[in-house]
Design a protein around this ligand. Structure first.
Ligand code: IVH
Length: 695
């Protein structure tokens, strides 16, 4: 479990004053725009150093020291809170937790019978005011006594319904955050808008909550952790909110329609005794890396209203609750170098090479840097101390340089002036740089991908052969494979009659692959194998796909406006290649034809799907396949799911109907178990789809 971070030693009054200023600035940034200047770990170390200095030198204590403040944040906004929005004190391990429990029980003069143990959600504290069941106002924490009115965000926050299940007046308190999927989508939207992304889900949520006039809208999620009476709350409800144990208040909040931790794989529980608390802390900590929301600890609260009332509050935090902090998911490390890679489509993407750092259970050595403009905007230099964020499924990201830690030895990052793959020119007109040769720059990887097992599946065509064919000028793209002559293939080194005929037969066979695979072979940016299958099934023919336009492709599940724009642009760019494939006689239809479903008012929403044994089920496949599925690639198993009428998906959620778990299934299995999702072995699954298995 996590240990208390070592404290920052402060030698004298000047060091103390500087430390207070640094902490005040960091807290203001954290509670203001969410862009922290110190990681959590460094902040905790600093505050503990300040506390230690103040204990020795009480005469020096500065008025704005973070140790005396409510939330340590900047005063933002002018909507007074009905009851101050306080902070929580922290513990960093089992021993400190046991001490805290003992301390509270001593203060009360009795044992605490039951404790609520909940995840500590890493978002922004918000109060949501409901009047007669209608959501009328959203206010940030601000400085704890007054916050900023962010009611403009009403309607974009999942978990905070516009109307409660009952027409009551009440204030909900909780955390606004972004799930991993909401974060990725928000980053894609911002990238499409101005070429930048958000550093982490927390700052994305903070920026989004406060943004008033963004041309794009990002979705947020709220999780409640408390409810309070307001002026106008019916006496009966006000009484219950004052008298019920916390755990029952949370049940009431959920019944009224507001999302709580109960909707996550780590719901709050009631525990008796330190051991039971510690066991739940261990469970939540273990599940952390599999969650699609960020948590930075576990909150332990005396459950009963009487215990809470008697324990009371200190100036900044309740005495009846404590935050058990988990190791940070954001840390400072050194940016060692920047590598420039070239993708299949010619995009030149920078990636940060870092001094390895332990984050959220894994060692991070590389992190995304997005694009050159983003590097320039962040002002990064080689040798910089940078904050790096990684949590759950989110790809590690470099947030920002810690400018005050610069030594003067940092060096500028050198941008490539020619394509690192082919040495050709770079098109720098867009934020994302691209080799002017586009896909041709990456002819070998593009062709190799197209003929791969999950695309055209041309047996016997390895990279060596492709290199020979490119060098001989027989091919420039994979469409040229279909017009190769026998003489050309025979003329290649180490190519005999038999292998030539086998290769040509394999190529001929590939002409008949279903459209989903031909489409996947194109390597359209923004689409993978499963999206290719969805597109092919929806339209049925390549002609229909090409004619669909942006509105048309948005009918496909998972294609939003931005992906649609990209798709249409990609198809235009690939137009010559597609024409060549058509001319060569490559199949451009999906077996079974288009399964586009016309949505009628009466039927409600329908998705495009076949009917079969997995009809309407959402299926996730993980781990090593065995038995009849052993020889199938992951893509082939997913194809099987879809042929059987199911929807294949990569992540386990409450909506998952079935998990096919092979050996070494790992975190997806754990998550499915927590959510109560049905789990089957590959052999059991093979039984379910028996009639559809390939011979
Ligand atoms: S209870 C009187 N419960 O963490 C304060 N807070 O670092 C009661 N937080 O200010 C807060 N998850 O914004 C509570 N399950 C949870 C929480 C939670 C996240 C936030 C909250 C609080 C901050 C303290």
């Amino acid at each position: 479990m996590s240990e208390a971070p070592p404290i920052t030693q402060l030698a004298d009054q000047a060091a103390y004053a500087a430390a207070v200023q640094l902490a005040v600035d960091a807290a203001a940034a954290y509670y203001g725009d969410g862009e922290s200047t110190l990681d959590d770990d460094a902040y905790d170390r600093l505050v503990r150093g300040i506390e230690a200095y103040e204990a020795e030198h009480p005469e020096d204590v500065l008025p704005d020291s973070p140790t005396g403040k409510v939330a340590g944040g900047a005063v933002v906004g002018d909507v007074p809170h009905t009851v101050p929005m306080l902070s929580l004190d922290n513990v960093f391990g089992a021993e400190q937790l046991a001490d805290w429990v003992a301390g509270l029980e001593r203060r009360l003069g009795r044992g605490v019978e039951s404790w609520s143990v909940e995840p500590k959600l890493d978002g922004l504290a918000v109060s949501a005011r409901y009047r007669r069941g209608r959501l009328v106002q959203l206010v940030t924490r601000g400085d704890g006594t007054a916050g900023e009115d962010v009611s403009h965000a009403i309607g974009t926050v999942l978990g905070l319904p516009g109307r409660l299940a009952e027409p009551v007046t009440v204030e909900m308190r909780g955390e606004v955050m972004m799930t991993a999927a909401q974060f990725e989508e928000a980053c894609a939207k911002r990238q499409g808008h101005d070429g930048t992304t958000f550093a982490n889900p927390r700052s994305a949520a903070a920026g989004t909550l406060r943004a008033k006039d963004r041309p794009y809208v990002c979705e947020l999620t709220f999780f409640g952790y408390g409810a309070l009476p307001l002026d106008g709350t019916p006496d009966e409800l006000a009484g219950r909110l004052r008298e019920l144990p916390h755990s029952q208040i949370m049940e009431l909040v959920a019944k009224l329609g507001v999302r709580t931790a109960a909707a996550t794989p780590v719901p709050g529980i009631v525990a008796t005794g330190v051991e039971a608390i510690q066991a739940r802390v261990g469970e939540i900590a273990a599940a952390r890396a599999t969650l699609d929301i960020g948590i930075d600890g576990i909150v332990i609260k005396a459950d009963s209203a009487a215990d809470q009332a008697e324990a009371g509050f200190s100036s900044r935090a309740p005495r009846w609750a404590i935050a058990y902090k988990l190791p940070p998911v954001e840390k400072i490390t050194t940016l060692l170098s920047v590598e420039w890679g070239v993708g299949r489509t010619g995009i030149i993407a920078p990636r940060a090479v870092l001094e390895p750092v332990e984050l959220d259970g894994s060692t991070v050595t590389y992190a995304t840097l997005h694009n050159p403009a983003d590097i320039t905007r962040r002002g990064l230099m080689l040798g910089d101390k940078v904050s790096v964020y990684k949590a759950g499924d989110v790809i590690p990201r470099v947030e920002a340089p810690v400018v005050h830690l610069r030594t003067g030895d940092e060096k500028p990052i050198v941008y490539p002036d020619k394509c690192p793959a082919c040495g050709g020119e770079i098109d720098t007109s867009q934020e994302r740089w691209r080799c002017v040769q586009g896909r041709a720059c990456q002819a070998l990887p593009s062709i190799s991908y197209a003929v791969g097992r999950d695309q055209l599946d041309i047996e016997g065509l390895g990279d060596n052969r492709i290199v020979q064919m490119l060098a001989a000028g027989f091919i420039t793209d994979f469409a040229d494979l279909f017009t190769l002559t026998r003489e050309q293939v025979l003329s290649l080194e180490r190519m005999g009659e038999v292998s030539t005929d086998n290769l040509l037969a394999a190529i001929e066979q590939a002409k008949g692959r279903p459209l989903s695979r031909v489409f996947a072979a194109l390597g359209v940016r923004g689409t993978g194998r499963s999206m290719s299958r969805r597109i092919a099934r929806h339209f049925g023919t390549m002609e229909e796909i090409r004619a669909a336009g942006s509105d048309g492709v948005q009918e496909v599940e998972g294609v939003g406006p931005e992906k649609a724009t990209l798709l249409v642009a990609e198809l235009a760019e690939l137009s010559d290649l597609i024409d060549k494939l058509v001319a060569a006689g490559v199949n451009m239809t999906e077996p079974g034809g288009a399964q586009r479903v016309v949505v009628t008012q009466e039927e409600g929403e329908e998705s495009d799907r076949a009917v079969g044994p997995l009809d309407g089920m959402s299926v996730v496949v993980t781990g090593a396949m065995s038995g009849p599925l052993e020889q199938l690639s992951r893509n082939e198993v997913n194809e099987l799911v879809e042929r059987a009428g199911g929807k294949s998906s990569s992540g386990v959620s409450a909506r998952t109907s079935l998990l096919v778990a092979g050996e070494k299934a790992g975190s997806k299995r754990t998550k499915a178990e927590q959510l109560g999702v049905r789990i089957v072995t590959p052999e059991e699954f093979a039984e379910m789809v028996h009639d559809l298995l390939p011979d």
